[in-house]
Design a protein around this ligand. Sequence first.
Ligand code: HGY
Ligand code: MN
Ligand code: MN
Ligand code: MN
Length: 407
Amino acid sequence: MTVRARSSVAARMREIADIGRDPVRGGYSRHLLDDADLALRAWFRGSAADLGLEVEQDGNGNLWAWWGARGPDAVATGSHLDSVPGGGAYDGPLGVVSALEAVAQLQAAGFRPARPVAVVAFAEEEGSRFGLPCLGSRLLVGASDPAAVRARSDPDGITFEQAWRDAGLDPATLGADPARLADLGAFVELHVEQGRDLEDRGMPLSVASAIIPHGRYRLTVDGEGNHAGTTPMAGRRDPVVALAAAILAVRDTARAAGPAARATIGRIQVTPNGTNVIASRVEAWLDIRAAEDDDVRAQLAATIEAAGRAVAAEGCVLTVAEESFSPIVAFDPALTDRIAAVLGGVPAIPTGAGHDAGILAAHVPTAMVFVRNPTGVSHAPGEGARDEDCEAGARALADVLRDLAGD
Ligand code: HGY
Ligand code: MN
Ligand code: MN
Ligand code: MN
């Protein structure tokens, strides 16, 4: 008799542990349609097929694995497989892996769902390649214009349209998919916590109450390119120096806006980017989050004013373009309460991180489950989750699916 190893979250995480490792930054770099993303998609298809699930890719690059034929009142669960540059192992994949594991456990226990169950892996949640977070879910719900998405470029100047075609995909399939959305009766995303709340509370799991609003903006600072050796310091219009002053203004504005305010510049692009060249242009990407939508807008306005003054003082010009805005999300209270009860009365905590669940929440009853992160670090290689907490998360997700998809 063949003895099959019992499946586990840890074993499934090991299957993808070497896909997309980033030897330069550390951690993982897994971006839409790059080699790592394609390898993860193949792994997802294989894992789902091993469970007897029917896998399809929707017109927006999201993968759906169906337990039972696709149809109305489906219960979907999953997350994303892409990462930020040099990200951790859990942000995204834990939700997909836990969903597959939960299905495996329910099947092993002989459970037969009364409603279709779908495991989903959304495309480009982080927006790391084309600058739009939750790209796949936004397109699905019709929150992003496919033409505008097709025109976006990655850091190498490759358009989305080109990357899509290069992967053998048809740009005509991009866009709202109301029929698919209408089939969803509930969506539950399990995710590693991206802070230390659960560690501090000494609890392995929680549900999410809300996602705070989030705006992403591209700052362009134009100056005058010139020779580093022959141009006197006086009279330079150096956009790198101007940006340095602007970044301090970004931080000071957020500090003045109160404890809930966040502002980050984590990506900078210098043109032409030569050691002995005074740059002509610098672009920087600003990430603002705050308690309310209007707080994000007020913080942006104050930031533009302060940064604009700082940039003008260096003889340069600042322009600002919005790349995305994600309004505040309150998760479905009834579903959230039901899941919290299934999980044994766990707390509901808000999060400052964005999720596909936040996009779906405007259209489908949606909730989230968080798994404790002992380091509290995320979007960096130090992100953590204990094996026993991950297993508890998958068991909890199985209980939730049993409750939601049962008779
Ligand atoms: O919150 C974020 O930065 C992303 O949406 N995960
Ligand atoms: Mn993330
Ligand atoms: Mn995530
Ligand atoms: Mn020279």
